[in-house]
Design a protein around this ligand. Structure first.
Ligand code: PLP
Length: 359
């Protein structure tokens, strides 16, 4: 009876995770209370928290060189947190502009430092990511920031930029855990939870320990990575229920075969959907095939006047939240880890039927 939810975030969660959360809701493991009601300092919650971190470390291959922080404020808070934590004595940072989320990160960083936009694909309407050779990097920059997956535009890098000795910072909000990634290439990774991790309210930060201590004096304590690390992400009351649910999601990813299996599944889903779009003149996607996102698939109808009919028909069939972002219009199907292949098949079948009816 559950719908297929294509929302970009908060996004669908795996059904077994929701079932486990439901079973635990009133009485977690016979303790007579919900995780929501537990002290974050209790042995029970600390064991939940530590287990989540352990599983994530296993899944992503995160060594002890990195701190894993469970923070708050969403990825948007990280746009400000990163410069204040990482600039130290540097007077500039490099940013790559590939769309709306890159721009938001750039705008916030400009409040604190000189920003070098070292590549931008705006002239191409953000239909591609830059190639490595286009990145005009500055060796004196405090760090290089980029957005591996632009959730709104639907474009995703198929490589990790080589930035030499300057720390590479990545907004992995919409692509974390979707495929294997070499964590050691990054100085810092951050991600809002509400796509591939769990409920909104939790923000994951992985930071190389040698980068801590480069803080600016005006950095709020709550945003200081070294403070969060020292207090095991419990300097204040953390979002305990979201943390617990994230742990259940990490267990689920592991049971599916880890990020390798997720990558294979996500590749199949993306190929199926882009294949359907490309095989018809009725639907379109403007992104260069090499840079098409596996997670967020924007598409347009050749006749925009049919948009509302398309969305209404989809909803009737339990295919939800297909409307594109308000800034770009059209459609967008977000097909994160928790979207089963059956959901993509149902969408493709509906697209074919709709086209036959209206073309
Ligand atoms: N960065 C990316 C790539 C996103 O997709 C989003 C949200 O959709 C954000 C940042 C902002 O995240 P939050 O709402 O957690 O601040």
């Amino acid at each position: 009876s559950r719908a297929f939810n294509f929302c970009a975030g908060p996004a669908a969660l795996p059904e077994p995770v929701l079932a486990q959360a439901q079973a635990d809701l009133m009485d977690w493991q016979g303790k007579g209370l919900s995780v929501m009601e537990m002290s974050h300092r209790s042995d029970e919650f600390v064991s939940i928290a530590q287990r989540a971190e352990r599983t994530l470390r296993e899944l992503m291959g995160i060594s002890d060189d990195y701190a894993v922080l469970f923070m708050q404020g969403g990825a948007s808070t990280q746009f400000a947190t990163i410069p204040l934590n990482l600039l130290g004595g540097h007077d500039c940072a490099d940013y790559v502009n590939t769309g709306i989320w890159s721009k938001k990160a750039i705008a916030e960083a400009k409040r604190y430092t000189r920003v070098n936009v070292v590549a931008s694909t705006e002239a191409d309407n953000f239909t591609r990511c830059p190639d490595q050779s286009e990145l005009k990097l500055n060796p004196e920059a405090g760090y290089v920031h980029y957005t591996p997956n632009e959730t709104i535009g639907g474009l995703e890098y198929d490589y990790i930029p080589d930035v030499g000795d300057v720390p590479l910072v990545a907004d992995l909000s919409s692509t974390i855990l979707s495929r294997p990634q070499d964590i050691n290439r990054f100085g810092l990774i951050y991600a809002g939870a509400q796509k591939n991790i769990g409920p909104a309210g939790l923000t994951l930060v992985l930071v190389r320990r040698d980068l801590m201590g480069r803080t600016r004096p005006e950095l709020p304590t709550m945003m200081d990575y070294s403070v969060a690390d020292k207090h095991d992400s419990m300097y204040n009351t953390p979002p305990t229920f979201a943390w617990y649910l994230a742990g259940l999601v990490f267990d689920w990813v592991q049971q599916q075969g880890g990020v390798q299996a997720m990558g294979e599944l996500n590749r199949r889903k993306a190929e199926r959907l882009y294949g359907a779009i490309d095989s018809s003149d009725f639907y379109g996607n403007p992104i260069q095939p090499r840079f098409r996102s596996w997670m967020n698939v924007p598409f347009t109808l050749a006749d925009e006047r049919l948009n509302s009919a398309f969305l209404a028909g989809a909803e009737e069939r339990g295919l939800l939240s297909l409307q594109g972002h308000r800034s770009v219009g059209g459609m967008r199907a977000s097909i994160y880890n928790a979207m089963p292949e059956a959901g993509v098949e149902a969408l493709v079948a509906y697209m074919e039927t709709f086209e036959k009816e209206k073309a």
